[in-house]
Design a protein around this ligand. Structure first.
Ligand code: SF4
Length: 885
């Protein structure tokens, strides 16, 4: 017997429905919800592995004050007192909340209400500022509201999909799969990818435009000028529903083709091909994500894209429109409650006195914020210069994710009072807290999230809260009550919060604001428990329907018209002879944010197990860097040490480094420490995709690789990176000089029992050393050391942790670092779902499997979530090229 709960994935903005089953023994399994309209049963590798991330290892279970366990009463009293004291002594603006797109809407709503209506400041900002603030600002400039016009269905109905600044295959994998399936059914559908890197998303593209970083404004300005001179221009629509076309066209048309080539780095033929395709395809959707948003000209990029859709009237109708893809599971929900420092609740504007008055009356708020608060980067600068005296961080890790991350770390460390609510005890940020509050995590908490297509879905609890963990909304409401606002924060459940949020959205609305879910303003517990996914708007008195905005040409500026925005194409140039490479940051397929959850899964950690830099082979050759070398990347703000991954997918002159690694998982790989705190002047979003850096080979005196049954601690190595592995951990290492006493070093760092038997080998001439420790027939630790990066097969070594080693033959095979006779090495993981390695796929190709489908039939690889299908296709192509040479 098992109980099933319908809930929503906690990772990306696709917002897939998940069915979680708990059996009699408490074991959890997950599968895609076939009835959820976001995914229709599909899940990606991260969603499929959710059940592997639910253990309580490392969980924060009880409140702590100054590192010591405390009662909830003591912790909450202290938080309320310190916030009240700060307000009394320094005013409301001395308090700040830094929250997260991981919060549920109900958590977000209470945080926003407490700060903006009762503390009297708007200093509540969110890590969503790092993700989609430029989209919000672009939407508001063009539409008069933060409205995503289309739906996921439009991606299947389109004849042309333009993906710009989006590695959809890895960052929104289920949407990628939906598009891939639509294209397979309708091969005439065209896909254009605009990205400086040739990412896995290019696997389904007809055209890849390897645009220069920040060259997108020029490209879309060029497109607007081209469209304006073509039959695709919809003058009737422009005249009836928009303003500002003449100015936008004048700015856009000032670029010659030579200017475009210079600004974009693209050949004229490719530019013309893209323009012609866009011109002749009415059903066009342009999707944009972090590559557009995370820029100092991100808002201009968004408006440059929207300008092209307004000019052709391609908006609000099936299969067409601009489409912002949100990174986080509830960035949209946060926007709806006003979770950004420059917004009010329910898509109202903080600068508008009527809006402020309306929200004040609805909340019966004593001290409404009168002006926008501090956006994320400004907020941490205010922490650094002492203006913020009390800071509450919820469900996020700014010491890792903020630009100039080392400066942010120092600022938080110096703040007089820091509260952190989190599910994990030990993160880069919790280490700096005065008060720690244990939060509930996915599977334990209850509420709603909104995905990229405005669909509100329930996250439902199916596990008990561990220890003393409590939901974030409860923590906030308790602090509100303790500050003297008992009535306003008398929430007893998420259903009550959702009902108030819905009622506020419909309060004095009458269609003048886009966000209206007034139909749920009187929802009760039973209705909330059974709430089905729905798209907003749903004003009071209306039923469920799939909705698009702007089909009628009515926008949310006071005059009802949309705005073209004239945007200059000039991209900032920041590289110099000292820092000649452009740093691009982003996500990998199987990890999420700062690894606190996906880092628990051995399967997910197997795909890319250590921090790396993708660098073009020509750039690497110029710098004397070889594949698998360690590389030191430097900027004026800091440095990291990461593994070199040479690939022609990366354009020359730039490098890519993933954003996930923290001080918990690596010695020095917090990539945001390299980035300057430069922000978009309109949205305040940091330019995380564009930093100038230098790279050089990091020459270590010795390199190492270890597999261990237990997690090592306090590693005193120049470089280390940890990842979960089946049966234990894998550890990459480098040292300034060879270790003098290898066995002693192992015993100190890997908590080996005295009784562990060791077997070793060392060759002073070659600099190689291997040592393994056994207890009974179990391998506890195997360490391989060499003067160059160690070439032992990682997956083979990891497998040894789960195999018996009772006899000397198998023990010597471990020390030899290679499979014994009759054993094979699967190679690096490609398919996480079925743990299939590259060597197995190559073997199958050599055996005659020449399609992804044939590989799937033989090895199952690629047949579950499908996230690895592009890589499998790459391996097949690589084998065929090699065979032909
Ligand atoms: S695409 Fe993957 S990570 Fe995103 S919501 Fe769906 S299952 Fe979760």
């Amino acid at each position: 017997m098992s109980t099933e709960t319908r809930t929503t994935c906690p990772y990306c903005g696709v917002g897939c429905g998940v069915i979680a089953s708990v059996d009699d023994s408490g074991k959890v399994s997950v599968k895609g919800d076939p009835d959820h309209p976001a995914n229709f049963g599909r899940l990606c590798s991260k969603g499929s592995a959710l059940a592997e991330t639910l253990d309580l290892d490392g969980r924060l279970m009880t409140p702590e004050i100054a590192g010591a366990p405390a009662s909830w009463d003591a912790a909450l009293d202290l938080v309320a007192k310190r916030i009240s004291d700060a307000i009394a002594e320094h005013g409301p603006d001395s308090v700040a909340f830094y929250v997260s797109g991981q919060l549920l809407t109900e958590d977000y709503y209470v945080a926003n209400k407490l700060m903006k209506g009762f503390i009297g400041s708007a200093n509540v900002d969110t890590n969503s500022r790092l993700c989609m603030a430029s989209s919000v600002a672009g939407h508001r400039r063009a539409f008069g509201a933060d409205t995503v016009p289309g739906t996921y269905r439009d991606l299947e109905l389109a004849d042309l999909i333009v993906l710009t600044g989006s590695n959809l295959a890895w960052c929104h994998p289920v949407l990628y799969q939906r598009i891939a399936a639509a294209r397979a059914a309708r091969p005439a559908m065209k896909i254009v990818v605009i990205d400086p890197r040739r990412t896995m998303t290019c696997d389904i593209s007809d055209l890849h435009l390897a645009v220069r970083p920040d060259g997108d404004v020029a490209l879309f300005n060029g497109l607007l000028a081209h469209l304006a001179r073509s039959p695709a221009l919809d003058q009737t629509y422009i005249g009836a529903h928009t303003d500002g076309f003449a100015e936008a066209f004048a700015t856009a048309s000032s670029l010659s083709m030579a200017d475009l080539i210079e600004a974009t780095g693209l050949p004229a033929m490719q530019i013309r091909e893209f323009f012609a395709l866009f011109e002749r395809t009415e059903k066009t959707v342009t999707c944009y994500s972090q590559g557009v948003n995370q820029s100092s000209i991100g808002t201009d990029k968004v408006n440059a894209i929207i300008n092209c859709h307004l000019a052709t009237g391609r908006i609000g109708r099936p299969g067409m429109g601009p489409f912002s893809l949100t990174g986080q599971p509830n960035a949209m929900g946060g926007r709806e409650v006003g979770g950004l420092a420059n917004m009010l609740a329910a898509h109202m504007t903080i600068e508008d006195p009527e809006h402020r008055d309306r929200v004040r009356r609805f909340w019966n708020a004593p001290t409404m914020a009168e002006k926008p608060g501090l956006k994320a980067v400004d907020m941490f600068q205010a922490v650094a210069d002492g203006r913020i005296k009390a800071l509450w961080i919820m469900s996020t890790n700014p010491v890792v994710s903020m630009p100039d991350a080392d400066a942010v770390k120092a600022a938080i460390a110096a703040c007089p009072f820091v509260v952190v609510s989190d599910i994990m005890r030990d993160t880069d940020t919790t280490r700096l807290a005065h008060v720690l509050l244990p939060a509930t995590g996915w599977g334990e908490k209850d509420g709603t999230v909104t995905n990229s297509e405005r669909r509100i879905s329930r996250q439902r609890a199916f596990l008990p809260a561990p220890g003393d963990a409590r939901p974030d909304w409860w923590q906030l409401a308790e602090v509100g009550r303790r500050m003297g606002f008992a009535k306003a924060f008398a929430f007893a459940s998420p259903a009550e919060i959702f009902a108030e949020h819905a009622a506020l959205s419909g309060f004095e609305n009458d269609g003048v604001r886009d966000f209206d879910i007034g139909a749920y303003g009187d929802i009760e517990e039973a209705g909330f428990a059974e709430l089905e996914p729905f798209q907003w708007p749903q004003p009071a008195g209306t039923g469920r329907q799939e909705t698009r905005f702007f089909a009628d040409g009515r926008f949310y500026h006071a005059d009802g018209r949309a705005r073209f925005v004239a945007v200059e194409a000039e991209a900032p140039v920041r590289i110099s002879s000292d820092f000649p490479l452009v740093l691009n940051t982003g996500r990998v397929r199987d990890h999420w944010h700062t690894l606190t959850r996906t880092g628990k899964s051995a399967r997910l950690s197997g795909h890319l197990a250590e921090p790396f830099v993708e660098i073009h082979p020509d750039d690497a050759a110029n710098l004397g860097i070889s594949d698998a070398d360690l590389v030191r990347l430097e900027s004026p703000h800091g440095h990291v040490i990461v593994r070199a991954l040479l690939t022609a997918r990366q354009a020359r002159g730039g490098v890519f480094v993933p954003m996930h690694w923290t001080d918990e998982f690596s010695a020095r790989a917090r990539v945001d420490a390299l980035l300057p705190s430069i922000t978009d002047p309109v949205s305040g979003q940091p330019a995380s995709k564009h930093g100038a850096i230098a790279a050089r080979r990091f020459a270590a005196g010795a390199y190492g690789f270890a597999v261990s049954a237990v997690k090592p601690s306090g590693l005193d190595a120049t470089y280390w990176a940890l990842a979960r592995a089946e049966g234990g951990w894998r550890v990459e290492l480098a040292f300034d000089a060879p270790l003098c006493d290898v066995e002693a070093w192992c015993r100190v760092h890997f908590a080996l029992p005295d009784a562990a038997e060791s077997l070793g080998y060392s060759d002073r001439a070659s600099g190689e050393a291997r040592i393994a420790f056994f207890q009974g027939d179990a391998l506890l630790l195997a360490l391989f050391l060499a003067p160059d990066p160690v070439s032992v097969s990682r997956n083979w070594a990891i497998a040894q942790l789960s195999e018996p080693h009772a006899d000397s033959r198998t023990r010597f095979a471990v020390v030899a670092g290679r499979p014994g006779a009759g054993r094979s090495d699967p190679g690096a993981t490609v398919c996480s779902c079925f743990s299939v390695g590259v060597n197995q796929i190559v073997g199958a190709v050599r055996g005659g499997c020449l399609t992804v489908e044939a590989i799937g039939e033989t090895l199952y690889a690629g047949t579950n979530c499908g996230s690895c299908r592009a890589e499998i296709r790459g391996i097949i192509d690589g084998c065929q090229v090699a065979a032909a040479e």
